[in-house]
Design a protein around this ligand. Sequence first.
Ligand code: ADP
Ligand code: ZN
Ligand code: ZN
Length: 802
Amino acid sequence: MLIAKVIVDVPTSQTNHSFDYLIPDHLTELVKEGVRVSVPFGPRKVMGFVIGIADQSEFNKLRPVDQVLDMTPVLTPELLELGKWLADQTVSFYIQAYQAMLPQVLKAKYKKEIESLTEDPLPYGLDKLFAGRAVIDFDEFVEREGNYRDLLKSIHEGIVQINYMVQSKETVKKVAFIEPDKELYLLEEALIDLPKNAQKQRVILEYFLNDPLPVQKSKLIQQCNTTASTIKALIDKGLLKSVEKKLYRNPYNDDSFERTTSLPLSSQQKQAITPIWQSIDENMNDVFLLHGVTGSGKTEVYLQAIEKVLEKGKEAIVLVPEIALTPQMVRRFKGRFGGDVAVLHSALSPGEKFDEWTRIHKKEVRVVVGARSAIFAPFENLGIIIIDEEHETSYKQEEQPRYHAREVAKYRGEFHHCPVVLGSATPLLESFARAKKGVYQLLEMPDRMNEQEMPPVEIVDMREELHQGNRSMFSRRLLEAVKLRIEKKEQVVLFLNRRGYSTFVMCRECGDVMKCPACDIALTFHKSSHQLKCHYCDFHIPMVRNCPTCESDQIRYFGTGTQKVEEALREAVPEARIVRMDVDTTRRKGAHEKLLNQFQEKKADILLGTQMIAKGLDFEDVTLVGVLAVDAMLNLPDFRSSEKTFQLLTQVSGRAGRHKLPGEVILQTYSKEHYAIELASQYNYEQFFLQEMQMRKNFHYPPYFFLTLINVSHPNQLKAMEVTKTISRLLYKHLSDSVTILGPTPSPIERINNRYRYQCMIKYRDEPDQRKVIRKILRHYYDEIQKNDLTIQVDFEPYQLM
Ligand code: ADP
Ligand code: ZN
Ligand code: ZN
């Protein structure tokens, strides 16, 4: 008998290897690499992935595989290998890596049914089993010992199929359809009898005379360019009727996207795309960094690169940051490639995601547009991988396996011999540095398509406002500009950084921020100990009363929520209609879109929001963008805070004046002289890059050094601290002499859910044994992690340092 090597769904370090199981005869043809099986594990049955087949085992007394959960493998050989690599890279369990690659639905054992697709009697033993029914439970098939071989054959012949029963109520929508309520000749008579001025009703009747099938009401309205009331008039006359129908879940109705064709490329687009085309043609595994300002036409470059890939009969993955995966973005890809596109988005229900994944798995589509996890799309013939807005932190998964989609993209690009394109207006510093060194190929698109200049940016010094007696959060200049737009019936976007979770301390008089002398990181105020602490090293000083620079007592901690700003804004500009978008107002499904539509349809004058309004959005009448408190971001305890501020300001500014009306940007800040703010206001990425690189070099940060963040948490503060101390000691002992270990220190968010959090950070240049050492340390704490509620998280090249 053959042996299956199975990774079981028991995520512990003791079980982080494959287990051998016998493959019973009746399952031989089904148990293949990449299928999920159910296997006995101790007293229970667990799910597992088959990662290999062998003809013998070094163990005896093997137990048999109990059931096969998939008729065709859900993981390709490439993904099986990728999973191993991913687990090693991130120090995760293999099972976690495999599960991260699949839609949630496949993580559980879902009920399945077998459906007959033919009117003819089914061949083999299946007909008896079905006994005239069109559908039977898969469980029944198993219980009555149905023949797997016959089943598999029938599936391949396409006469039966397996359905996964994914329950999700919200996706089965009832929708109004319109259809004729009279014979067609009667409709024709009615048409002749229509009064001349009933032109709109005429259009609808003609539509049905052409095509009498039921049509979704919204589609009819769109296609006939008509209104609900016109349809109602015809219903009232008894000519049409409205019926409710269940709509099969299809999150994006392909017909509703207007088809587009390739645009003639501008000369800078041509220059950028030529090497990409060449790379596609020659099956080269190049990594391109497409540095193009907002509106330079990067998306068109992506689209035409994909066209080339499809011509070659290959497939494409496009990653877009979660929050930029707006209907507008989807429309551009669906518009060009229609039904060839699957969209994977976290706002989809589990059922919808599974449907989209299935279309990829069945090779019904050749293009995937999606957020981070779409990088695992089970394509087998990839021709290109594109990562738009490559600097976005959402490409890093913040739970195990803590992978970065860019690294997975590079792995897959190498496997498939295909190019990887990273696009951004403000590339990650590390990426740009690699491009400068020639590791990536740099492609530049410095001009906007519409030849318009980027909108001018005005910096308002909030210290000056204070000196002039204005203590509100809006400068006089900003309020004046807002009011002017409302008068002119134009629109405003007001941007506020996400509420500060902890607080830095700033002098409102001179703008000075208290920083750690060793790390250049803003110190954080700790109420309980009344201290200012650095979250990288353990530097701390007592909280100050007066500003050390100017001695003013106007020294404050910082952080305002959107809700407060909204209230103040309503008071300051009572005539404005305001839409607020933040985590609170967008929690419900669909709320995000609804708020945006409201703004799009000009039912509001001001869109006020956090990060989530900063990207991708494109509104014609937005002529003013205001940024309320740049400082909150600039002073996060994060070595990337300047870079993040620069990125954000550039992106936010790109929201203004994208169309015919000229735009304007107003930034409010207490740190007017900061290079990130000054250079962002001049759209000078190159200079920012140089200056920021200097800082990174001075303080030993990436890309000159690498970081690994280790975070320990436990309900007992002392315990968390002790473990972190021991870990630091072990790291010093086992890593090379050239590493620096920062900490242990409390994490910037010191306590979450009554757990105390401590961290230490490894700064290194080259530490090949690092992962081995860390695995050893984790194994050392195995018992305490299992039984004593201790958690240790390891994050290589972290993006979130909280
Ligand atoms: P980016 O992705 O770099 O921000 P977009 O792809 O959104 O830029 O392009 C900006 C605008 O220019 C869009 O409205 C797009 O339709 C238009 N555009 C892009 N390429 C062309 C082209 N070759 N010809 C005409 N219009 C174009
Ligand atoms: Zn001061
Ligand atoms: Zn420090």
